[in-house]
Design a protein around this ligand. Structure first.
Ligand code: JEB
Length: 240
C-alpha cells in the first residue's frame, strides 16, 4: 500500500518513522510519502492561503496550490482523504475498508480549511472522503493523518506480529470494548489479578473475558451494544 500525506507541517508526520509504522515502511509493507505543500507554491513568500470570500475570521487554503500538489501526487486508483471537522466519522470499520486500498492520499488542511472547490473538483475524477476524528476541534488535519495512517497500517498483512490480537481489540471483529489485561506480579499495591486468569482453565478465562468486555461496553459505550443487534447477552449476567 502507498500512502501520501501533504501538509504545510511535514515534520508533524515524523512519528510515523517510529515503531510499527516505521517497521512496516522498512519491511516494504507500506510506501509512506510525506510532502510539503509549499513545494507547489508559485510566489517568493510560498503563500498557501488567502482571505475568505464572504468575509469572516481566519484564512482559507488556496485551491490552485492544492490543485498542483494533488495533480502530482494522485494516481488513478487513489482515494483522496480530506480530514475535516465536518467529515464523516473515522471508525475501525473505516480503517478496515481503507486497509484494502492500493493508494491513499491525505490532504492536511490548516487555517479555516481548504477551498471547497478542491474536494468538488477531485470528486469528479475519483474517490474523495472528508473524514473526521470526532466531535472536537483541532487546528489542522495532521493529527487525523497520524491516526488514519497508524490505524490502517497496523491492519496490513504482516505488520502486526500476531493477527489474532486484532480480533479481540476494542472495536475489533466482535465490536465490543476489550477486556482488562494483567501481567506479573500477581499482587501489586494490594490489588490482585482475578483468580480465574491464574486458573489455567481456558474456557472459564474465555468466558470471563467475554463477560468483562460486555460489562465494560454496557457501562461505557451502551451505544455500541444497541448497534450490535447480533450480540446476544443476558442483562442478569451484567448486573448493570
Ligand atoms: N479530522 C478532523 C478534525 C478537525 C480538523 C481537520 C482539518 C482541519 C483543517 C483546518 N482545521 C481547523 C478548523 C477548525 C474549525 C473549523 N474549520 C477548520 C481543521 C480541523 N477538527 N476536528 C476534527 N475531528
Amino acid at each position: 500500500m502507498r500512502i501520501d500525506v501533504v501538509s504545510i507541517f511535514p515534520e508533524y508526520l515524523a512519528p510515523l518513522e517510529l515503531s510499527l509504522v516505521g517497521k512496516a515502511r522498512t519491511a516494504g509493507l507500506l510506501d509512506l510519502r510525506v510532502h510539503d505543500l509549499r513545494a507547489w507554491t508559485d510566489d517568493r513568500h510560498r503563500t498557501v492561503d488567502d482571505t475568505p470570500f464572504g468575509g469572516g475570521a481566519g484564512m482559507v487554503m488556496r485551491p490552485d496550490v492544492w490543485g498542483r500538489a494533488l495533480d502530482d501526487v494522485l494516481t488513478p486508483d487513489a482515494h483522496l482523504l480530506v480530514p475535516s471537522p465536518a467529515g464523516t466519522p473515522f471508525t475501525q470499520r473505516t480503517a478496515e475498508a481503507w486497509a484494502t486500498e492500493q493508494h491513499l492520499v491525505v490532504a492536511c488542511g490548516r487555517y479555516e480549511g481548504i477551498d471547497a472547490r478542491v474536494v468538488e473538483h477531485y470528486a469528479t475524477r475519483g474517490r474523495v472522503t472528508e473524514v473526521s476524528l470526532g466531535d472536537y476541534v483541532l487546528n489542522g488535519g495532521e493529527v487525523a493523518a497520524l491516526v488514519v495512517v497508524e490505524a490502517v497500517a497496523r491492519l496490513l498483512p504482516g505488520v502486526v506480529g500476531n493477527p489474532e490480537s486484532l480480533v479481540e481489540e476494542s472495536h475489533g471483529a466482535a465490536g465490543l470494548l476489550e477486556y482488562p489485561v494483567y501481567t506479573k506480579p500477581p499482587s501489586w499495591q494490594g490489588h490482585d489479578v482475578p483468580d480465574v486468569l491464574l486458573s489455567g482453565h481456558h474456557a472459564r478465562i474465555a468466558r470471563w473475558r467475554r463477560d468483562e468486555a460486555l460489562r465494560r461496553t454496557a457501562a461505557r459505550r451502551p451505544d455500541i451494544l444497541v448497534a450490535l443487534d447480533a450480540v446476544r447477552w443476558d442483562r442478569h449476567d451484567l448486573e448493570v
